[in-house]
Design a protein around this ligand. Structure first.
Ligand SMILES: [Zn+2]
Length: 244
């Protein structure tokens, strides 16, 4: 399925569904992801709870996530919702916000970046997906630019084929996935793939670096991209929150 062709047709349906699904106490305004971050939407609330990150080491299993297994040509066609996803060992990382713990489950990649910054896309974006015991989702989004070699190069050194075996990766320090800068922007949005469920807590970090060769390798697999278009903020703001 081609991203640019299918999204405009799908989006009105998706947005209408979430509008009518909202209860009378809710605004009914879509709160979807990703978004384009603009300076005017950024706020600073000194009382906002901090993002407390506790990451350790974990071996990884890099898997190709298929969305077209029912199609005869699915092994060669790159569906725009497919990705390379690294599964972490249970208990190897978690974050805590305002007393709620979210365990790191997996992280995966999009090209180009799903979030934009004043209309600017990065070549890659990494999403670290965390889940609370109650099933609430928190995603840390890391924009990746061409630069120094990082642990992301190690993770994406050998990509998992769409119809083949996962790639086993020796333990990495999960902390080194995150940039040195502890500034994040928090907003509430949605999954960026179907069923686009809302109520996802997003924390966008500053940029991390990765080599040009790794970016080219990932883009070589997803030649048409695997990113959702940006969605309207609809009055939402992004709060500056430190990561500790
Ligand atoms: Zn994602």
């Amino acid at each position: 399925m081609n991203l640019k062709r299918s999204l405009p047709a799908l989006l009105p349906l998706v947005l209408a569904t979430s509008f009518f699904a909202a209860g009378p106490a809710e605004s009914g305004t879509p709160k979807q992801s990703p978004v384009n971050v603009t300076p005017g939407a950024i706020r600073f609330d000194p009382h906002a709870p901090k993002l407390d990150v506790t990451y350790g080491h974990s071996a990884l299993e890099l898997k190709y996530i298929r969305k077209d297994a029912d199609k005869a040509d699915g092994c060669t066609v790159r569906d725009h919702e497919e990705t390379e996803e690294a599964e972490v060992e249970p208990g190897s990382g978690h974050v805590t916000v305002a007393g709620t713990r979210y365990d790191l489950v997996q992280f995966h990649f999009h090209t180009p970046s799903e979030h934009q910054f004043v209309g600017h896309s990065y070549p890659l974006e990494m999403h670290l997906v965390h889940r609370s015991a109650a099933g609430k989702l928190l995603v840390v989004g890391v924009p990746l630019r061409v630069g120094a070699h990082s642990v992301v190069d190690t993770v994406l050194a050998k990509l998992s084929p769409e119809c083949g075996e996962p790639v086993d990766i020796a333990p990495v320090n999960l902390n080194s996935l995150l940039p040195a800068n502890h500034h994040t922007l928090h907003y509430t949005g949605s999954l960026t793939t179907a069923p686009f469920t809302e109520g996802v807590e997003w924390y966008l970090t500053t940029e991390q670096t990765v080599s040009a060769a790794t970016i080219a390798r990932f883009q070589g697999l997803f030649t048409a991209g695997n990113a959702r278009a940006t969605q309207p903020l609809n009055g939402r703001t992004l709060n500056e929150v430190p990561r500790i």
